[in-house]
Design a protein around this ligand. Structure first.
Ligand code: XMP
Ligand code: MG
Length: 176
C-alpha cells in the first residue's frame, strides 16, 4: 500500500462549527413536537454526533451502531455487516441516522433497509459530508453539511486505517 499524507485542509474548524450549528437549528425545528433518537454510525460519526447534539435545543436520546466499512482500503467493498447493533428498540420512535460521510451509499442503503424493517415512526438521515459523484445506489440524506468532491478525506472523526480521526479539521489525504 502506498504511503499517505495530509495534502490540504478542505474544511476548517470555523466552517464545520457554523454548519453543525445550522444543522442543529434545523433539526430542532423539524422535531420540536417529537422525541428524537439519534443513531450514530460508529466510529466516524462520533465527533459529529457529539457536536451536533449540543446544537439541538430539544431533548434527544442517542444510540450507536457499528457496521463493517473500508478497513485499510479507501474503496467500499459493498459488503455490509453489523458489528454492533442498537441497544434499544426503535419501534414507533422518530429516528435520525447520524453519518460522517456518504460515498457509494451502500452502507446507508443497507442501514436504512435494516432499520425500516424494525418499524420506526420515522427514519431520516443526517450526514456531515456527501460525495454525490460516487453514488452507486439511490439514497439521499435529509440533512447534509457539505457536498465535497471525490477526494479521500480524514479528520473530525474520519479515518484512514484508524489514523487521523483526532484532526479538528477535515483534510484531503493524498498519496506520497
Ligand atoms: P459508502 O461507500 O458505503 O461509505 O457510502 C460510507 C462509509 O465509508 C467511509 N468513507 C470514508 N472514510 N474518508 C474516510 O475517512 C472518506 O473519504 C470516506 N469515504 C467513505 C466512512 O466510514 C463511511 O461511513
Ligand atoms: Mg471509516
Amino acid at each position: 500500500m502506498s504511503e499517505k499524507y495530509v495534502e490540504k485542509v478542505l474544511l476548517d474548524q470555523a466552517a464545520i462549527k457554523e454548519k453543525v450549528a445550522e444543522l442543529g437549528r434545523q433539526i430542532s425545528e423539524d422535531y420540536q413536537d417529537k422525541e428524537l433518537l439519534m443513531i450514530c454510525v460508529l466510529k466516524g460519526a462520533v465527533i459529529f454526533l457529539a457536536d451536533l447534539m449540543r446544537e439541538i435545543s430539544i431533548p434527544v436520546s442517542i444510540d450507536f451502531m457499528a457496521v463493517s466499512s473500508y478497513g485499510a482500503s479507501t474503496e467500499s467493498s459493498g459488503v455490509v455487516r453489523i458489528l454492533k447493533d442498537l441497544d434499544c428498540s426503535i419501534e414507533n420512535r422518530h429516528c435520525l441516522i447520524v453519518e460522517d460521510i456518504i460515498d457509494s451509499g451502500l452502507t446507508l442503503k443497507y442501514l436504512e433497509e435494516n432499520l425500516m424493517s424494525r418499524q420506526p415512526a420515522s427514519l431520516k438521515i443526517v450526514t456531515l459530508l456527501d460525495k454525490p459523484e460516487r453514488r452507486r445506489v439511490d439514497i439521499k440524506p435529509d440533512y447534509c453539511g457539505f457536498r465535497i468532491p471525490d477526494e479521500f478525506v480524514v479528520g473530525y472523526g474520519l479515518d484512514f486505517d484508524e489514523n487521523y480521526r483526532h484532526l479538528p479539521e477535515i483534510c484531503v489525504l493524498a498519496d506520497k
